[in-house]
Write a protein that binds this ligand. Structure first.
Ligand SMILES: *Cc1c(COP(=O)(O)O)cnc(C)c1O
Length: 520
């Protein structure tokens, strides 16, 4: 062995030897050089005005490029050129959230200074679950809680907020609180403990997939998920929901939690919250609102009224990494009643939790969270709020919603487009219908259009299946998108549709199988 074993019971001299490779790994000058390079490169990217969506590569090709960048042996220094190549490959393959061509999903262009702070928080971490480790992170939780409490209209100190990594986790955590409260003894005894009815949850037809997953995860079972029918605006339909809930109860289901949406992922629809709060009360159920997308409306005086009734919910969550433009993930989960958050996980282990609460443990979030090591994502929100205040967030959000309404009006004026729902948010669904295309062929055409537009690399949009009809869907998350970009994507959709239909006509003439098939 040519290197001294540092675990040897040898001399203290030997034990203090650190391998040069380790020194190189933590070299400060290399860090500074890499950081400067990356910042310059990102600044360049942000200043460009290219219209691009995503550049999709075949997985095998990308695998080969990525593999070629992996060091073949242990290198003993920092290879700046390799770092630059890796950075390029990353930027090449990312979704272009800063471009006007990006209308695909709910990821936003992030407020740039928060990205800088992400790096700071990575280098000098404040894991957020325990006060000792994440002092400012836990304080920031309390300050942001206060700010949002005013928007919700809840009396100070009567409610509480925890942050989670994502709305999927927040929805599940809230459902656990509801389960522990209404399905008594379930934390220790499980769901079977002395029960004659089956615990069930009720959700809207358009609920996010993470919401129906909850039933599988917390032991309720998919068979006990009641799907509430929607009205013509894709909100939970009150009359039919009441009938569905009564029928479920008659079959021995005990609905302990109703989960509504404020901003469905598909269309951005808000469920009628005041009426659903009354319905939940009548059933003796907890009301959780998945406001992952539209919860951000709270910060805008103009948009907040669209969330009327949110203050009646027992809990709700909102994703600050969506319409508050922060790096992912940063989710705020609110409980109307203080003290409920810690009932999600009613267990205290001595190596992390002290037996008695003191002023420090009183503000920490560890007992209220599924996560143990937790990123202090709330600090990004606190930072941006401290630097810019409410108005900046509200302005961008209002602009996005206004642009989406304008896009709706523009498309509604086009004879070859169908726009079935007036947007309540910055999400818009539509169908391109060239003359003479109907039924399954129409759905097939939308899917093919999504694929071709995406492959073109200039625009990115998504598709959604609603009541058996495939639709195109755009989410406007970038404030630089203007009417010219909406016209641009429409022109591109028409051009692809013409090509597809001409191609099909030729194939039909030549008696080849028709390309547009009903969807899977
Ligand atoms: C995005 C979204 C989710 C999932 O949130 P994550 O933060 O990605 O876990 C849940 N519900 C709705 C309505 C959403 O828009």
């Amino acid at each position: 062995m040519d290197r001294p074993n540092i675990l040897d019971e040898g001399s203290s001299q030997r034990r203090q030897t650190v391998a040069p490779e380790t020194e190189s790994l933590f070299n400060v000058r290399n860090f500074a050089a890499a950081a400067h390079y990356a910042v310059e490169r990102l600044a360049g990217m942000l200043s460009r005005d290219d219209v691009e969506g995503v550049h999709l590569q075949r997985p095998a090709d990308l695998m080969a490029s990525a593999r070629s960048l992996m060091t073949p042996a242990d290198l003993d220094g920092f290879d700046a050129a390799r770092f630059a190549d890796i950075l390029e490959l990353y930027l090449e393959t990312c979704i272009k959230v800063n471009s006007r061509g990006y209308m695909g999903r709910q990821f936003s262009s992030v407020i740039p200074v928060t990205a800088v702070f992400e790096m700071v928080a990575a280098m000098a971490p404040q894991p957020a679950s325990y006060y000792e480790a994440g002092q400012l992170a836990n304080i920031a939780d309390r300050l942001i809680e206060e700010v949002f409490g005013r928007f919700i209209g809840w009396p100070p100190a009567s409610f509480e907020m925890v942050t989670t990594s994502g709305a999927s986790l927040a929805n599940m955590t809230a459902a656990l609180v509801a389960r522990n409260r209404y399905v008594s003894g379930s934390w220790n005894g499980g769901l079977a403990a002395g029960r004659s009815t089956r615990p069930a949850i009720a959700i809207g037809q358009d609920a996010h997939f993470s919401v129906s997953r909850i039933a599988g995860i917390i032991g309720i079972g998919q068979d006990q998920v009641i799907r509430l029918p929607l009205n013509g605006r894709r909100q939970i339909c009150l009359e039919r929901a009441a009938v569905t809930l009564d029928a479920a109860a008659a079959q021995g289901l005990d609905i302990f939690c109703l989960i509504a949406s404020a901003g469905t992922t598909a269309t951005g629809a808000n469920d009628p919250l005041p009426e659903l709060a009354a319905l939940a009360k009548r059933c003796g159920a907890w009301l959780h609102v998945d406001a992952a997308h539209n919860g951000a409306f709270l910060v805008s005086d103009r948009l907040r009224p669209r969330l009327a009734g949110l203050e009646l919910a027992d809990s709700f969550c909102l994703d600050a990494h969506k319409a508050l433009f922060l790096p992912a993930l940063c989710t705020l989960l609110f409980y109307r009643e203080k003290g409920l958050a810690e009932t999600a996980f009613p267990q205290k282990d001595s190596y992390v939790f002290d037996p008695f609460e003191d002023e420090m443990t009183a503000v920490q979030s560890g007992v209220k969270n599924f996560e143990c090591t937790k990123r202090p994502a709330i600090l990004n929100l606190w930072l941006a709020w401290s630097l810019y205040g409410r108005r900046a967030f509200a302005d961008k959000l209002e602009h996005l919603v206004m642009m989406t309404e304008a896009a709706h009006d523009y498309l509604a004026d086009q004879p070859d487009f169908i726009v079935p729902y007036r947007p309540e948010s910055n999400i818009l669904c539509f169908v391109h219908r060239p003359l003479g295309v109907y039924g399954n062929r129409l759905s097939g055409l939308q899917l093919e259009l999504r694929n071709r537009v995406r492959a073109g690399g200039r625009y990115l949009l998504s598709k959604v299946d609603l009541d058996g009809q495939t639709m195109l869907r755009i989410v406007l998350m970038n404030h630089r998108i203007g009417q010219i970009d909406i016209e641009g994507i429409v022109a591109e959709i028409r051009r692809h549709a013409r090509e597809i239909l001409e191609n099909n006509a030729t194939q039909r003439e030549q008696n080849r199988p028709i390309r547009l098939q009903p969807q899977e």
